[in-house]
Ligand binder design. Structure first.
Ligand SMILES: C[S@@+](CC[C@H](N)C(=O)[O-])C[C@H]1O[C@@H](n2cnc3c(N)ncnc32)[C@H](O)[C@@H]1O
Length: 433
């Protein structure tokens, strides 16, 4: 059994849901052992290739664990400052094999870094002390091998002792196996070497580097990729975005080797999407990318596409007007009501064009209000009336038997992605025909 660590992006629930969905769609047997906003621990029969990071929109780093032990030891070592517990941790690291593999054979000095991810609150305040301690233990170990080393320190002002993905990329820490992840869970602590790191420049390039952009309407490429994965669309499948805009979801689908079909009512969008996809094909050498973009109205989608044609639909129709301030409940209700026909029309038509078993991943508005209670649309009720089944993002069978308290996650029927600065967030639903 392989234990792998995944450092999630900003919205860890979305990251975990994406990972579960992709592993399930790829037929990988897995179990979630531990989850928190800091890190996720997944076991698989065989090691998942580190290249999976390129398929994921919500994972920042992947590590392969080399040691794990009870968090009690970490508490004794750093809260009670027990020497014996500290030595125990140093020994665990020494025998983990992590140090043997570290460094670049051609370089005289081994540069390495340590990132501490702490899900256990009382230990968070000492996470910088933990980082320095682990760094010193590794340095000592390396000198025992006759290797000179340099421990990459941080500016004091840094809030958390964690290397960013950009730093890991720039210092070649993946190739040199030179970033150690020290992940303190509520019960168990894991030590791992980083084997893959997400490349933010690639997503940025697809966001602001494509020829046609439409900033306020477009979905971030990272979220678009998560939606493709939540739709369980893997290589060879066909995905449709009936509100394709400038083609962000389709781009991410094509990069996952999924066939993509886009529809938009606006002629300008149809042309913009085609231009963006041609650019993508050239930039990413996707000569065989299979796609089509059509002008059409969602209410007549099945006439345009035909019945039972696609494996997945992933789309964001309209989140309502751009708001200057948080609306009152009654105004938010009016926004939701106005959008209802478009969403309900989509549900009916998506059901027709999907093959049996195919998934619909749908973003609807999650409108903040002055009362504090967000307003959402009655999407679920209508979807069930249309014939869809609800897909819970977190199924019981995804969790290891000893995983602590997955019940809160299991009862979630949809996911929410809302940043502090947004007046309208996104509610993400998954349905199956
Ligand atoms: C929120 S935008 C989608 C943005 C897209 N995800 C992107 O990243 O560019 C919604 C799109 O739906 C299109 N649209 C609006 N009403 C439509 C309808 N009845 N049928 C099809 N498309 C429609 C608009 O032209 C717009 O491009």
């Amino acid at each position: 059994m392989q234990l792998q660590l995944f450092i999630p992006g900003k919205n860890w629930r979305l990251s975990l849901a994406e990972l579960d969905s992709l592993l399930e769609a790829k037929g990988v047997k897995f179990a979630v052992h531990s989850f928190s906003k800091e890190f996720l621990v997944i076991s698989t029969e065989r090691k998942v290739p580190s290249s999976i990071i390129d398929d994921l929109g919500g994972t920042i780093k992947i590590g392969v664990t080399a040691a794990d032990f009870s968090t009690e030891i970490v508490k004794r070592a750093f809260l009670q400052k027990e020497k014996e517990a500290q030595e125990q941790i140093s020994r665990k690291i020494a025998v983990s094999g992590l140090v043997d593999e570290m460094g670049n054979a051609e370089s005289e000095k081994t540069l390495f870094g340590v990132s501490v991810y702490c899900a256990e609150k009382p230990l968070r305040s000492v996470s910088k002390t933990i980082q320095r301690f682990i760094g010193s233990s590794i340095k000592r170990e390396l000198s025992g091998y006759g290797k000179k080393s340099k421990f990459m320190g941080f500016a004091k002002s840094r809030r958390l002792p964690q290397l960013s993905h950009v730093e890991v990329l720039k210092k070649n820490f993946v190739e040199n196996k030179a970033e150690i992840l020290f992940c303190v869970g509520r019960e168990q602590t894991f030590v791992a070497a980083t084997v893959a790191v997400h490349d933010p420049f690639e997503f940025q390039k697809r966001d602001v580097g494509k020829p046609v952009q439409r900033k306020i309407f477009a979905i971030p490429p990272r979220l678009a990729r998560i939606m493709v994965n939540l739709a369980a669309c893997t290589e060879g499948k066909t995905l449709l975005d009936p509100f394709c805009g400038v083609g962000t979801v389709l781009q991410e689908a094509l990069l996952s080797k999924v066939k993509a079909i886009g529809v938009d009512i606006n002629r300008w969008c149809v042309e913009a999407t085609s231009r963006n996809i041609e650019w993508l094909k050239h930039e990413y050498m996707l000569e065989n990318a299979d796609y089509g973009v059509l002008q059409g109205d969602v209410y007549k989608l099945s006439q345009k596409i035909g019945w039972e044609q696609v494996d997945g639909v992933a789309t964001e129709p309209d989140l309502g007007p751009a708001l200057r301030q948080i609306p009152t409940t009654s105004y938010a209700l009016r926004i939701a009501e106005k959008l209802e026909p478009l969403y309900f029309g989509l549900l009916e038509e998506a059901y027709k064009v999907l093959k049996t078993g195919g998934r619909l991943v749908l973003v609807s508005p999650w409108i903040k209000t002055r009362s504090g209670k967000p307003i959402t649309m009655g999407i679920e009720k209508k979807a069930l009336e249309t014939g869809f089944k609800r897909v819970y993002p977190f199924k019981r069978e995804f969790f290891a038997e000893n995983a602590a308290a997955p019940e809160n996650l299991m009862s979630m029927a949809s996911l929410v992605d809302a940043e502090e600065r947004h007046k309208i967030g996104r509610q993400i639903h998954i349905f199956q025909k």
